[in-house]
Design a binder for this molecule. Structure first.
Ligand code: HEM
Length: 207
């Protein structure tokens, strides 16, 4: 598992690509069967929101997993996971724009200003845009070391996403899932801080 050949990595990527499509396929099948619950539009908006945040958690798992296991190839899955975060976020946003406002952008913006939990989700979505736009190899080369700095925005996206989820569910007194997601995110972000401090200390000692 430590070293995979390029052919194996391609196979892993293809498998994950198909696996991440399953939540969408499930929603489509349930829709065709008329099995989306009492409020189908709410079901779809929530399912796409859920999968955005799950994919975000999985994306943030990659670097710690690479460090703990020594599987460096796993780093090559980051773009796939990240683009799935964006894919489900776009679907989630379009659901909101369509189902809640029937593509009336002005009404949508007013709603965003009125309801803070939606404003938080919207900010997270806006921060995802430059990340998706610079996800190509070409942009990576062009931006050089700034690419890494820009992509640290993902941590802000994670915090905003957790707050968005938490705030939305607190209105419904149903905080179990937001608590679990917040715990996982804090652990993943905390690990990064520890790695960062260790690297800095090692650099100081080496001087
Ligand atoms: C990174 C971006 C985002 C993430 C990770 C995210 C995640 C979520 C999650 C997990 C939920 C709760 C689903 C549940 O209760 O099971 C949710 C609900 C919701 N989100 Fe987002 N969201 C994001 C962006 C947005 C944006 C851009 C908007 C609209 C401008 C938005 C509007 C909503 C609304 C209206 C709900 C409540 C749905 C309902 O109760 O019917 N979200 N989101």
């Amino acid at each position: 598992m430590r070293n995979l050949t390029p052919a194996h990595i391609r196979l892993v990527k293809l498998t994950l690509f198909l696996v991440f499509l399953l939540p969408l396929i499930r929603v489509i099948f349930r829709g065709v069967e008329g099995n989306l619950g009492a409020n189908p539009l709410e079901f779809i908006t929530r399912a796409t929101g859920d999968w955005t945040i799950y994919c975000l958690c999985l994306t943030l798992c990659i670097s710690p997993l690479r460090r703990f296991t020594g599987w460096h190839w796993i780093q090559r899955l980051r773009r796939l996971f990240g683009l799935y975060v964006f894919f489900y976020a776009v679907l989630h946003f379009v659901c909101f724009l369509w189902f809640d406002h029937f593509f009336d952008v002005e009404a949508m913006l007013q709603d965003i200003l009125k309801r803070p939990f939606i404003a938080l989700g919207f900010c997270a979505f806006v921060l995802l845009l430059p990340l998706a736009a610079t996800s190509t190899d070409q942009m990576m080369r062009r931006l050089g070391r700034w690419w890494g700095k820009l992509h640290q925005l993902v941590y802000a996206v994670a915090l905003l996403a957790v707050l968005h989820f938490w705030w939305m569910r607190s209105g419904k007194n149903n905080l179990l899932e937001p608590v679990i997601i917040a715990g996982v995110m804090l652990m993943l972000l905390g690990m990064r801080l520890v790695f960062y401090w260790r690297a800095r200390r090692a650099a100081v000692v080496a001087q």
